[in-house]
Design a protein around this ligand. Structure first.
Ligand SMILES: N[C@@H](CCC(=O)N[C@@H](CS)C(=O)NCC(=O)O)C(=O)O
Length: 340
């Protein structure tokens, strides 16, 4: 009898552990049941994520989210965007308010461990910089000793700023705020001498100014900011989907598959192309997705290079170079492991 009770108790414990395990590992089931992916994004960072004049979200980070909709549902529109400040983002992910952050978030050791995140591959290699007003005549960060510097709360930027000034034996006064817009307004109003954040963020903010040419980004890049999508710890299946969705965007560019030529590429003789497009099956099944998952990404969203040029490239207001974000074959760091 005692043995029986113990057996029942052990089985109950095992069942609870298995249930907890499966409950934790079910983001993708929840997404499928709900019918859309919930992505946490920056609320107003032109080029990365911001609503356009018609209220449609646009940007390089937004495209990662749309690519997830395309991969999971075959429909890039099956996504919802939740605008989050830097301070709000991790709580929103942990509480389940969003499934994934596609929000210019730097991959760091502490976020990967203590904050409990898993990072997808970097979708924008960045570094922290400073912006000043042209009329200040400042041309180097080394001239900022004694300056008041505007910085956003809850970012890697805050710590890098302190480190940089300490390392260079310079003093500064941080002006810290949570809201991006209020921070930029404070900078324009002269409450600080310089604004600091990721260089891409500076380029994005500059486009909001009445006269962007009056603002200068200084040449120093003081940190490494690999920006990547992130999911919660403990859900390998969903992590795999997010990871390979980003790789698919990069891989499509490597294979020369674009939103324009994707339908012709189905007739290709290249086995990597055929596997990518699902003509040779296997990748979809391995991820628990339709075999056309990667086809849908490129058809509806484009490849990484297309997304880059459309939102942040030379012909946009941000005018960013590919730089480190070029393919490895062009001297950059963008490289996808094989989709096979
Ligand atoms: N990459 C840094 C900074 C990210 C960040 O939040 N930057 C600000 C300044 S560019 C931003 O995106 N703000 C947009 C917003 O709050 O909507 C991090 O992960 O901590």
């Amino acid at each position: 009898m005692k043995l029986n009770n113990r057996l029942i108790a052990s089985l109950a414990l095992l069942a609870t552990v298995m249930w907890l395990g499966s409950a934790q590992a079910s983001t993708i089931d929840e997404i499928k049941k709900r019918g859309h992916v919930k992505c946490g994004v920056s609320a107003g960072l032109p080029g990365f994520s911001a609503p356009d004049s018609k209220g449609n979200w646009q940007g390089l980070d937004v495209d990662v989210c749309r690519a997830l909709g395309a991969a999971i549902f075959g429909d890039a529109k099956k996504v919802k965007f939740v605008g989050l400040s830097a301070q709000q983002r991790f709580t929103a992910l942990q509480s389940g308010e969003v499934d994934v952050l596609t929000r210019n978030t730097t991959h760091t050791l502490s976020r990967d461990t203590s904050v409990g995140l898993n990072f997808a591959p970097t979708n924008y290699y960045d570094g922290q910089g400073f912006m000043v007003k042209k009329k200040s005549k400042i041309t180097s960060a080394k001239q900022l000793s004694g300056a008041a510097i505007c910085v956003q709360q809850g970012t890697t930027t805050e710590r890098n700023l302190a480190d940089y000034f300490r390392q260079n034996k310079m003093k500064m006064k941080p002006i810290v705020m949570e809201g991006n817009d209020e921070l930029f307004k404070a900078f324009l109003a002269g409450r600080c001498d310089a604004l600091t954040t990721d260089a891409s963020g500076l380029a994005a903010e500059r486009t909001k100014a009445k006269n962007p040419n009056e603002l200068v980004i200084l040449p120093e890049v003081i940190s490494k900011e690999p920006l990547a999508a992130a999911v919660r710890h403990g859900d390998d299946a969903f992590f795999d989907i997010v990871k390979w969705t980003v790789y698919a965007l990069i891989s499509a560019e490597e294979l020369g598959i674009t939103s324009k030529n994707v339908d012709q590429k189905i007739k290709s003789y290249n086995p990597d192309v055929l596997r990518f497009l699902g003509k040779v099956p296997g990748n979809g099944k391995a991820l628990g997705l339709d075999e056309k998952w990667a086809y849908s990404i490129v058809k509806q969203v484009g490849n990484y290079g297309e997304s880059f040029e459309k939102h942040v490239g030379k012909k946009t207001a941000l005018r960013l170079d590919r730089g480190l974000n070029a393919l490895w074959t062009d001297g950059g760091l963008m490289y996808s492991p094989p989709l096979k």
